[in-house]
Design a protein. Structure first.
Length: 337
């Protein structure tokens, strides 16, 4: 299976009205924003899209279809990634729908699995891989992920359907495990490493991983990022990602921007409260910018933490470039039509 995973791939938010119903106008507008921003792909049905969406297969299909339709209308040839949840049967069914709609790959999400064991995830990967190329996902434990061994990543990389891994454990040791598994595999040039570490985006993009295998030095770089953080400031994120992966000498200003991005992410992802408001935080940014009518989520448990809205407003004031403030203001009316 061949697919070119690269560049900036925002994780699509799910925008609702105050009655917790999908706001289709806002959903179309934010999709148009990402497409106009020049993103290289979109991931839909993932954590930022709210895993509760998978409880309603028809609604999930409608959201997937909207994003595909807007992509076709815009004439953009980008990579569309479908987040698939549940055990083998559910994941297989969701993958079939995504493939029918024209999605390019499936991201393995552990949400909804009866038991998240390494063997269960590998079985799910094999089932999904019969239909679409597979992207593995190392999710941080604070938002529902589990620790996975180096041997697990080796076995996943060796599956012919695996085309990429999103490394998002927010942990240097575990991120290195993923890189080592890819580097030591005979398929090391066939599997893309994507950063999902919102706390180390630029560092992941600019720092190569090297390994001596069979007497030869192999080098692996992140091909891009698949991130919830890229759901805000998507244009700047795309520019930054392209610059970082260009293998040019990296000036201090790029690395400094990486630190600014950490500060932005702390507000948006609610780091002060253990990421409890991370999904609502993305929606709140888009609400403050006029792209969404509310920041509410499908689950009442997913909500802004106390003071988070003010922290986001302050971050927008300090780092307007990282939030695409001018770009959005200039095009908002067009996207909302």
């Amino acid at each position: 299976m061949t697919i070119h995973l690269h560049g900036a791939i925002p994780a699509m938010p799910l925008l609702l009205d105050t009655g917790r119903r999908v706001d289709w106008d806002a959903q179309r507008a934010v999709t148009r924003y990402y497409l106009a921003a020049g993103v290289d792909g979109l991931a839909v049905g993932v954590h930022t899209t709210q895993f509760e969406l998978h409880h309603d297969p028809a609604l999930l299909r409608d959201v997937w279809a909207l994003v595909k339709d807007e992509t076709v209308t815009a004439g953009r040839d980008i990579t569309l990634v479908a987040g698939v949840c549940g055990d083998v049967a559910q994941a297989h069914a969701e993958t079939a729908v995504a493939a029918q709609l024209g999605y390019d790959a499936a991201l393995l999400c552990s949400n909804g699995m009866a038991e998240v064991t390494e063997d269960a995830v590998l079985a799910k990967s094999r089932a999904v891989g019969d239909t679409l190329p597979v992207i593995g996902f190392y999710l941080q434990e604070s938002v529902g992920g589990v620790r996975l061994s180096l041997d697990f990543w080796r076995r996943l990389v060796d599956q012919p359907s695996t085309v990429g891994i999103k490394a998002a454990p927010f942990d240097r040791y575990r991120t290195r495990d993923v890189a080592v598994a890819i580097l030591e595999s005979d398929r090391w040039q066939e599997v893309a490493l994507l950063t999902g570490n919102d706390d180390a985006i630029v560092a992941d993009l600019v720092m190569p991983h090297r390994r001596i295998v069979g007497g030869q030095v192999r080098e692996l770089r992140c091909a891009g990022g698949l991130l919830g953080q890229f759901a805000v400031g998507a244009k700047r994120a795309t520019e930054l990602t392209h610059h970082a992966v260009a293998e040019e000498p990296h000036a201090d200003d790029l690395l400094s921007t990486g630190n600014d991005l950490v500060e932005v992410n702390a507000a948006v992802f609610d780091v002060a409260h253990g990421f409890e408001g991370c999904v609502a935080g993305v929606n709140e940014v888009l609400r403050q910018q006029g792209l969404a009518r509310s920041a509410v989520c499908l689950s009442e448990r997913e909500a802004l933490s106390h003071g988070q809205s003010e922290l986001i407003a302050n971050a927008r004031a300090r780092f307007p470039d990282l939030f695409d403030e001018d770009f959005i203001a200039e095009n908002l009316d067009h996207w909302l039509r």
